[in-house]
Design a protein around this ligand. Structure first.
Ligand SMILES: [Fe+2]
Length: 318
């Protein structure tokens, strides 16, 4: 479906069918996804009168876009001190999480208090220095992947929850859900997770057991919030019913699960792994829009809008 919007309404993730008016803008392409902040700026600063977008191929105008920060408002600079603070936060969080994960792997228990301490540190870092989100992605190393992926998904879920104006208690539970969503992977053979060669069907099936294993582990702990259990078990479900383990569809997927699904895939794709290169944020967004039936489209649009300031930052400081 096509929609006509004004040029100042364009934003990252929209698919532009046509730029209307302003003959001098012939150099601007037609039929393209706005995948970088520079492209968005180029359209916004052009002389076109209106823009035809295709909301089946890209973002729609979300309700909250009226409140979305403009690039000028949201641009920020990173000082050396801020970078140092982010690195320290990640180190502290990694230390806390290492204890939680070791207990889970060896003793089958989950130290929820330490996990919550970690979420508080992550939530504070996201509030005071949002660049932490992409900083974590850059820092990932092979043997630390599950730690850092968990921290990054937690940070993204906190950030996205706040963007959606959810209350802070809910935001903290989202953060905890992100931190523990892949805990079942600790119970799988290490070599399987880092394998560089293509996985066979049996190995894929084995990896897919991590959702149920994690759920059982957390459930046995007794005091884990329902939302955290739900996200752990269902973060690989798709809105069209094509995911696992329960092939849930549509409204059967809770909002935290839909949020987790987006944040999980975004972080996994923008990370270098033994078997694949890291995709850029723009490539990742394009792929996620192209992955029909996987994500909640309205939430995906909101997620992309919430990342605009980071992508702007990246384009300003390559
Ligand atoms: Fe997972």
């Amino acid at each position: 479906m096509r929609k006509r919007i004004r040029r100042h309404q364009v934003r990252l993730g929209m698919f532009v069918e046509e730029l209307e008016g302003g003959a001098s803008e012939a150099a601007l392409r037609r039929g393209f996804l706005l995948s970088t902040a520079m492209e968005v700026d180029r359209v916004r600063n052009s002389k076109v009168i209106s823009v035809l977008i295709n909301v089946q191929k890209g973002c729609d105008i979300a309700a909250s876009s009226r409140d979305a920060p403009t690039f000028a408002q949201s641009a920020f600079t990173i000082t050396a001190a801020e970078n140092k603070a982010v690195t320290q936060t990640i180190d502290q969080t990694k230390h806390l999480l290492a204890g939680v994960f070791t207990d889970a792997r060896l003793g089958g228990t989950v130290a929820l208090d330490r996990a919550q301490d970690a979420v508080e540190k992550i939530a504070s870092a996201v509030e005071h220095n949002p660049i932490a989100l992409i900083g974590i992605s850059r820092l990932k190393k092979k043997d630390e992947y599950t730690f850092l992926h968990s921290i990054a998904v937690s940070g993204l879920m906190v950030h996205f929850g706040r963007w959606l104006k959810l209350d802070e208690r809910t935001v903290q539970i989202l953060g905890l859900s992100g931190l523990l969503h892949d805990i079942g992977k600790l119970l799988l053979p290490k070599g399987l997770l880092n394998k560089a060669e293509r996985l066979d069907e049996q190995e894929i099936a084995q990896i897919r057991t991590h959702t149920r294993r994690g759920y059982d582990l957390l459930r046995a702990n007794g005091n884990v919030p329902e939302t955290v259990l739900d996200v752990c078990l269902h973060h690989h479900e798709h809105v069209d019913g094509g995911g696992y383990p329960d092939r849930l569809r549509g409204e059967q997927l809770s909002m935290p699960v839909r949020i987790a699904s987006i944040c999980d895939v975004y972080d996994a794709m923008t990370t270098l792994r033994p078997y694949k290169r890291a995709w850029s944020p723009a490539e990742t967004i394009q792929m996620m829009y192209g992955s029909k039936g996987h994500f909640d489209r309205a939430l995906l649009s909101e997620f992309v809008a919430s990342l605009e300031p980071f992508l702007k930052q990246k384009s300003q400081h390559p």
